[in-house]
Design a protein. Structure first.
Length: 215
């Protein structure tokens, strides 16, 4: 897994590079503190995953959107100093697959990168709850259900609720006593019905419609 690191803080970049140095399955292929260079670096380095500081010059959300436009296959994990609902929502809309606080440990960071590299989305339970609460308020005040959400089956809603809680496919399968392939089929169907391309997008769209309830 080739990783590009884009962060405004030299000491933080040094710490991340050191954390990755002993890993055989992960490689830092480039680093920068300049948001304007990130899209080109993603292309030239052949990066599979981008670790992106939300506070980088040019704006992390804007940079994420540009990267996803240039290389839709690149997975983006955004890094922030503090939980920020608005920044999280913007990053997810821009195509981010994960959201981490910058005070995470090296072990947690490596685990998160591997999780996103494996095709999962990453969002802390606390941020999931806060995000869904915020969208529930928006739904009640301003929004009608998103197109397609009413077509989700009961089982698909069960799967999506567990996904929103941070469970991977294997854990969802174990919880619902179904096979992992069945979970994958349900998630594929959810994506098709909601016209989304990632698990986090599906969670957000269902949350807008008030269909997810996480305890």
């Amino acid at each position: 897994m080739r990783v590009l690191l884009a962060d405004r803080q030299p000491l933080f970049r040094r710490g991340v590079i050191e954390a990755f140095s002993g890993e055989t399955d992960l490689e830092i292929v480039g680093e920068t503190d300049d948001g304007s260079k990130v899209p080109d670096l993603v292309v030239s380095s052949g990066a599979d995953l981008l670790l992106l500081d939300l506070g980088i010059s040019g704006g992390g959300v804007e940079v994420c959107a540009l990267v996803r436009s240039a290389r839709p296959d690149v997975r983006v994990v955004v890094l922030a100093h503090a939980d920020d609902d608005a920044a999280l929502a913007g990053a997810v809309r821009a195509g981010a697959r994960g959201y981490l606080r910058k005070d995470t440990t090296a072990e947690e960071l490596l685990g998160a990168v591997r999780m996103v590299a494996a095709g999962n989305s990453l969002l802390s339970p606390a941020m999931t709850s806060r995000l869904l609460d915020e969208f529930a308020v928006l739904v009640r005040r301003h929004e009608s259900p998103s197109e397609g959400t009413t077509a989700l089956s009961r089982r698909e809603l069960e799967v999506l609720t567990l996904v929103a809680q941070g469970l991977n496919n294997r854990a969802v399968a174990s919880t619902l006593f179904i096979s992992e392939n069945t979970v994958k089929n349900h998630i594929r169907s959810i994506h098709d019905k909601l016209h989304v391309h990632s698990r986090m997008e599906a969670v957000l769209r269902a949350a807008r419609a008030g269909l997810l309830h996480i305890t």
